[in-house]
Design a protein around this ligand. Structure first.
Ligand SMILES: [Zn+2]
Length: 48
């Protein structure tokens, strides 16, 4: 089963999904600007 995690670049705001952490933004190419984004369904699971 493939589980992808959402990431966002704080430098340019680009959103993307990867199986593994990507330290370099695939859009602007900056390093160290990528942060993990919590998926919507995970937040719902915690509330329930
Ligand atoms: Zn970027």
């Amino acid at each position: 089963m493939e589980e992808k995690i959402s990431y966002q670049c704080v430098g340019c705001g680009y959103n993307f999904r990867r199986n593994r952490f990507e330290s370099v933004c695939p859009f602007c190419g900056k390093k160290g600007t990528v942060q993990k984004v919590r998926p919507m369904n995970a937040i719902v699971d915690e509330i329930e």
